[in-house]
Design a protein. Structure first.
Length: 257
């Protein structure tokens, strides 16, 4: 008798009508190699957790196979007993928006990862319904930028110090442009502003006044002796850190200080 293929058995548990090559090769097969038959058990719990959604979400059948396989893959290292039904308010937000981004891998993966995070009892309190609305306001390029930030475990995205004598060579925008280039993004004009607006990134500015010896000048009576140093940072916020941990496979440490 031939050995049972965990990926095939997991697909059966998920109710996949036809084992689409993409689901088998890209989602279920790698997880099956890592966790073996545990994938089948996880698939059972994912299937139970997602079943109530079929009756309430428009077009759910059109992406159910892909979504259930993606969520199973994301949860493949979680103990089956720790998998729960997703909160209805969060699942509803995810699944009503998901049909409109099925052609874009970066955005659809974020929705699927958020749903999976909400089903993991070990991540209680991290996955938030607001994240679904954040994804809705991201462009595909911005999703790539966030994925790159997560992949590189970046805490500070750009950093600039300007004082009276030695201004930094690269500006914040030039550094962000370089990050976008590294992420494979070309048209990047509004992206920094939008990521700050959404709370994923935050900018912080400090202006310090120093005397000749580098000590804080409290008198301000000798203006020509005062040095000013402006420090500007663009960094991942606490909100952005939770978003990345919920919606992106890679993780980074908390951003705000």
């Amino acid at each position: 008798m031939s050995e049972i293929d965990p990926a095939l058995e997991a697909a059966k548990q998920l109710g996949v009508k036809e084992l689409v090559p993409e689901i088998y090769k890209d989602l279920l097969q790698p997880a099956a190699k890592e966790v073996g038959n545990n994938l089948v058990t996880v698939a059972k719990f994912v299937s139970i957790g997602l079943e109530p959604l079929a009756a309430i979400v428009w077009a759910y059948d059109s992406f159910k196979d892909w979504l259930s396989a993606k969520v199973t893959s994301r949860l493949s290292h979680v103990n089956a007993e720790d998998i729960k039904q997703p909160p209805t308010h969060l699942a509803g937000a995810v699944l009503t928006q998901l049909p409109f981004v099925l052609e874009n891998e970066s955005l659809r993966d974020m929705y699927a990862n958020l749903l999976a995070s909400s089903m993991d009892a070990n991540q209680d309190g991290i996955a938030h319904v607001a994240f679904a609305h954040v994804i809705q306001q991201l462009s595909p390029d911005e999703a790539k930028i966030i994925n790159h930030i997560a992949l590189k475990s970046l805490h500070i995205v750009a950093f600039q110090i300007i004082d009276n004598s030695s201004p930094q060579t690269l500006t914040i925008h030039e550094q962000f442009d370089q990050l976008c280039h590294d992420a494979g993004v070309k048209n990047r004009t509004p992206y920094l502003v939008n990521l700050i607006r959404l709370g994923i990134l935050g900018d912080h500015e400090e202006i310090e006044h120093f005397g000749e010896e580098g000590m804080l000048n409290l008198e301000c009576g000798t203006e020509h002796l005062v040095k000013k140093r402006k420090t500007t940072r663009v960094m991942v916020t606490d909100f952005g850190d939770c978003f990345i941990r919920s919606c992106v496979s890679s993780h980074i440490t908390s951003g705000s200080r």
